[in-house]
Structures are given as structure tokens and as C-alpha cells.
Design a protein around this ligand. Sequence first.
Ligand code: NAD
Length: 257
Amino acid sequence: MSLSMSLEGKRGLILGIANRHSIAYGCAKVMAELGATLCITYLNEKAKPFVEPLAEELGAELLLPCDVSVEGELESVFHEMEKRWGTVDFAVHSIAWSPLDELHGRLVDSSAEGFCKAMDISCHSFVRMAHQAQRLMPDGGTLLTMSYEGAEKVVDHYNLMGPIKAALDSCARYLASELGEQQIRVHSISPGPMPTRAASGIDHFDELMEDATSKSPLRRLGTPEEVGTLAAFLVSDMARTQTGNRIFVDAGRHLIG
Ligand code: NAD
């Protein structure tokens, strides 16, 4: 086993870059710097002009459209990776979505339709990603997703995303169990609040960031690149005995009530 944190020779998928502030971009940047070869996706034609220059900068070999709510798009990303690479070493799922009115309302008032759409895009798409990935990971690999502290504690204004992230964490554990024999490792990462596009949809998000800064033991917010260094470690051979973890990158905020 190499003791350096190189990702040379590893190929992987990054789902969820919207712009330079995205947590997925922080992951892609660190992974590319460590030598990984990347497939990057963009949500739709409107998003493409923002993602394309980043993909070029990162030297991504593949840039493909992927809206997980459009039937067949996630599957074609895996087909393209199979055609180009044959196998894949890791896949990072860094996407979340909810109808805004549902996100801004109480869980108790959420509609079945809104809840299910948010659950499908933010959680079950990770299961579908794992389903596709297992075929391209005959000798093992790593799957990562992004959770949040609101999964286990009630965080004001996080509303229906709390239970959805709890389901996502649980999916990561079950997938780790089901895919472990194939040496596929699965983790959820739990970043603290970071100012991204998705985060701007949460009411009073600035208060959440102030709270994290003042109450976290390290008295600071984390950055997408700091999530990236953990993600890079987890997909590297150095973490090959680890699976099924939920790991915080939040300056310790989760420790404090
Ligand atoms: P972001 O807005 O940069 O990224 C969210 C991504 O989800 C975007 O790229 C968007 O295109 C993608 N997405 C939405 N609907 C999609 C669909 N139907 N198909 C494919 N992609 C879709 O925001 P972010 O904060 O980087 O979010 C990434 C992940 O990190 C999310 O799971 C989020 O819940 C999680 N997270 C964020 C924070 C934070 O404070 N920013 C904290 C903890 C966890």
C-alpha cells in the first residue's frame, strides 16, 4: 500500500457541481490535484456554461448532462464512463433539491408529492447511483454522499430535509453492508454550513453560519476544499478498511448542543 495520498490512476464521477462554491467542486479540485481523472456532470443546458469552464480547468475527461429526475440520464453517464474507462474507482453524490415552498414550510405541512420529489432527488438518486456503480466496480471502489447534522438533530429551518438526510445516512449504511463483499466502500460526509447555492434556499442560513462559527470548538466554518480533502482520503487506498461511516467536517459544531 502506498502511504502517499495520491489518486493517480483512479477514475471517478463527481455529481453536483453548480459553480465554484459547490461542495462537489471542492471535492473535484482536491481529487484532480491528487491525480484523479474525473467525469463531471451538469444539471442542464442552463447550468452548462457555469460548469464547463470548471471541468476544463480540472482537466475532466468527461463532461456530461445529468438531471437525476430525468429518466435515463444517470444511466447514460455510467454508460459513457464504461465506454471510455471500462471501470470506475469512485463516485461522489453531492446533490440535493426540494420544492422551495416545501423547504420553507413545516415538515408537518409537507405534501406527499413535494416530500417524495425531494426524497427522490436528494436520497434515492444515491441508491440509483450505487446500483449503476456496482457494475463498473468489479474490484471495489468508493461511494460518497453529503449529509448534514439536521439528519439527527432538529436544526431550525432545515424542515423536511432533516428526515431526508436521515434516510440518506441510513441508505449509506445499508449500501455499505450490501456492497461490502464486492469491496465497495460507502460513506456519508456531514459538512457544516457553507455558503453555496443550495444553502441559500434555507431560510435564515446566515444565522446558521453565525451559530456554527461562534459555537464550534474550532470557531470557524469549513470550506468545500476541506470536504474535498476528506473525500480524497476516503476514496484513496489509505482508507481501504473503512466503510459505513458518517463523518463530520464541521469544525466540531455537532458536539455542542
Ligand atoms: P450546490 O447548490 O452547489 O450543489 C447542489 C447541486 O445539486 C447542484 O449542482 C445542483 O445542480 C444539483 N442538483 C439539484 N437537483 C438535481 C437533479 N435533479 N439532478 C442532478 N443534480 C441536481 O450546493 P452544495 O451546498 O454544494 O450542495 C451539495 C450537497 O451538500 C447537498 O447534498 C447538500 O445538502 C449538502 N450539504 C450542504 C451544506 C451547506 O451548508 N452548503 C451542508 C451540509 C450538506
